[in-house]
Design a protein around this ligand. Structure first.
Ligand SMILES: [Cu+2]
Length: 116
């Protein structure tokens, strides 16, 4: 029941996200050393929150592994890390401890895109 509720909530915010003009928080979970979802699309001004669901330590480091570009970096994420990206573009990121397997992408759409 809780799971269904959560799923509905996520679905709702995804649908809403494609139309609404206000900023929101988009969550990426770290599960079994994987960023889920690996690719997210957000609007300019949105906040991205990475949540580490396991005991293993990870980093959320912007850049193409193994080259950090210093756009954002959270070392050894224990639980949560948030970042707000104010410019549009494509941001690669990875985990410095597991660069071969842990990679993700944030696509930031310029605000105003989508017809609002
Ligand atoms: Cu890692």
């Amino acid at each position: 029941m809780t799971k269904l509720f959560l799923l509905t909530g996520i679905l709702f915010s995804v649908l809403l996200g494609s139309q609404a003009g206000w900023a929101e928080t988009v969550e990426v979970k770290i599960i079994k050393s994987t960023f889920i979802p690996a690719v997210i699309k957000v609007k300019q001004g949105d906040t991205i929150r990475w949540v580490n669901t396991e005991e293993l330590l990870h980093t959320v480091t912007s850049g193409k592994a193994p080259m950090p570009d210093k756009e954002f970096n959270a070392a050894y994420v224990k639980k949560e890390f948030e970042v707000k990206l104010d410019k549009g573009g494509l941001f690669d990121y990875y985990c410095e401890l597991h660069p071969a397997i842990m990679r993700g992408v944030v696509i930031v759409l310029p605000s105003g895109e989508g017809g609002n």
